[in-house]
Write a protein that binds this ligand. Structure first.
Ligand SMILES: Nc1ncnc2c1ncn2[C@@H]1O[C@H](COP(=O)(O)OP(=O)(O)OP(=O)(O)O)[C@@H](O)[C@H]1O
Ligand SMILES: [Mg+2]
Length: 369
C-alpha cells in the first residue's frame, strides 16, 4: 500500500496523470483485497470522475509524449468535460470564433464536398484578454479535447531536442481527434534574442513550419501569442484565420461583473446605475485583472463571513490596478469619478469633509494619471 501511495504522490508532483491513474487503480485493487471495500469504492469513484468519458482520449492519455532529455511530459491533454468559466467576447470576435467553430464542426461535410480548408487559428492580443480561455471554449463547442503544448517549455536550451519534441507533439496530435493548442507561440521567435545560434534556430522554425504543413486536414490547430509582431510572415501565412482578442467594451464588462461576482452578490446587483458607473471606470483593464479584483473581494467576504461584496472593496481593487497616483487626493477623485458624493466619501473613507472639498475644488484641475 505504501508503494502505491508514494508513486501516486510522485505522479502528482511530476504532473504525470498516467502514473497517478495506474497506481490509484492498484491501490483500489489492494484495498478491495484487504477488505476495505468502502475506501476502495471511494478511490475508484475519484478515478472515474478524473478520467475523460471518451475511451479514445482516455487511451491517449496513457501514452503522452515525453521530452527527449528530461522525460517530462511535453503536452497536457484537457478533456472537454472539464468545467470552465464562461468567456465573454466583443461581437466582432464572437462572430469570427463562431465561424471557426462551424468549420471545425462541419469538417467531414467540407471534406466530402472537396473543400480542403486548413483548420488553423491564430489568437493574438494583449495579455489576460482571453486567448487561452477562447481555446478552451472552442474545445467545449467542438467536443474535441485540447492538447496543450506550451512552446516556452519546449524551446529548451538544446534546440536539437526542440525539433524532435515538435515532431512528437504533431505526431501525437495526428493520432487522435483533438485540437492542438500551441500556447505562448512566440517562444520560438523570441528565442532569437537569446544566445542561440541563428542557423540552429532557423532549423527549429523550419521544422515547425514543416510540421504545420504536414498536418492532415483533420487536425485542428490553435496558436496563441501576446507578441504577434515577433512572428514572421511564413508563420502568419500558415493560419487561415487570425483573430485579435482585445480589451472588452462596456457591455462585455457589465456581463463579466455578473459572472465574476458569482456565487456572491454585490451592491451593484440591485443598482444598475452603480454597475454602469463601475463598468465605465473599469474600461481599459483586462478581464484577467477584473477577475482578480473580484476574486480578492470574494476572499475578504469569506473571511469576513459576508455574502455580499461591498462596492468599496471592488473600487479599492480597481483603484489599485488602474490609478498609478496613490495619493489621498487621487483616491478621492477616483471615488468621486465613480459617482460618490462628498458625504459618502467621508463616511466610507473617514477623510474629513473639508479635505475632500479642497481636493475636489473647481480650481483643482490638475490631470490625474
Ligand atoms: N474574455 C473573457 N471573458 C471571461 N473571462 C475572461 C476573459 N478573458 C480573460 N478572462 C479571465 O481571465 C483569466 C485569464 O485569461 P486567459 O488566460 O484566457 O488570457 P490570455 O489572453 O490567454 O492571457 P495571456 O496572454 O497572459 O496568456 C481567465 O481564466 C478568465 O477567468
Ligand atoms: Mg494565455
Amino acid at each position: 500500500m505504501q508503494t502505491e501511495i508514494l508513486r501516486i504522490i510522485e505522479g502528482g508532483l511530476m504532473n504525470d496523470k498516467r502514473k497517478i491513474l495506474a497506481y490509484s487503480t492498484r491501490l483500489a485493487d489492494r484495498l478491495e483485497r484487504e477488505g476495505d471495500i468502502a475506501l476502495s469504492k471511494c478511490v475508484r469513484q475519484i478515478i472515474e470522475n478524473g478520467v475523460p468519458k471518451n475511451a479514445a482520449i482516455a487511451d491517449a492519455m496513457r501514452v503522452l509524449p515525453l521530452d527527449t532529455d528530461s522525460r517530462l511530459q511535453i503536452v497536457e491533454i484537457i478533456p472537454t468535460d472539464e468545467e470552465r468559466h464562461k468567456v465573454v467576447l466583443t461581437p466582432d470576435v464572437d462572430i469570427k470564433i463562431a465561424e471557426f467553430i462551424e468549420i471545425v464542426n462541419h469538417r467531414s461535410e467540407l471534406e466530402l464536398a472537396g473543400v480542403d480548408i486548413k483548420k488553423t487559428l491564430l489568437l493574438h492580443g494583449r495579455p489576460g484578454c482571453g486567448k487561452t480561455s477562447v481555446a478552451h471554449y472552442i474545445s467545449e463547442k467542438t467536443g474535441l479535447p485540447l492538447i496543450v503544448a506550451r512552446l516556452d517549455g519546449i524551446v529548451s536550451s538544446l534546440l536539437g531536442s526542440t525539433a524532435k519534441n515538435l515532431r512528437k507533439i504533431f505526431d501525437y496530435a495526428k493520432s487522435i481527434p483533438c485540437i492542438l493548442f500551441l500556447d505562448e507561440f512566440d517562444a520560438i521567435a523570441k528565442a532569437r534574442d537569446d544566445q542561440h545560434e541563428l542557423g540552429e534556430l532557423k532549423r527549429v522554425i523550419n521544422s515547425l513550419l514543416q510540421n504545420i504543413d504536414s498536418m492532415n486536414s483533420e487536425t485542428v490547430m490553435i496558436a496563441a501569442t501576446n507578441h504577434s509582431e515577433l512572428l514572421d510572415n511564413a508563420i502568419w501565412r500558415r493560419f487561415v484565420q487570425t483573430v485579435e482578442i482585445g480589451l472588452p467594451g462596456k457591455n462585455e464588462i457589465l456581463e463579466m461583473i455578473d459572472i465574476f461576482s458569482e456565487p456572491f452578490t454585490t451592491e451593484m446587483s440591485e443598482d444598475s446605475s452603480k454597475k454602469m458607473a463601475f463598468a465605465t471606470l473599469a474600461e481599459g483593464i483586462s478581464p484577467s485583472d477584473l477577475k482578480t479584483i473580484f476574486d480578492r473581494a470574494k476572499v475578504k467576504c469569506v473571511i469576513g463571513n459576508n455574502s455580499k461584496i461591498p462596492i468599496l472593496t471592488l473600487l479599492d481593487g480597481l483603484y489599485g490596478i488602474k490609478v498609478q497616483d496613490k495619493t489621498e487626493r487621487a483616491y478621492v477623485h477616483f471615488l468621486s469619478e465613480y459617482g460618490m458624493t462628498q458625504v459618502a466619501i467621508n463616511k466610507s473613507t473617514g477623510i474629513g469633509l473639508r479635505k475632500i472639498k479642497s481636493y475636489l475644488a473647481a480650481n483643482d484641475k490638475e490631470e490625474l494619471k
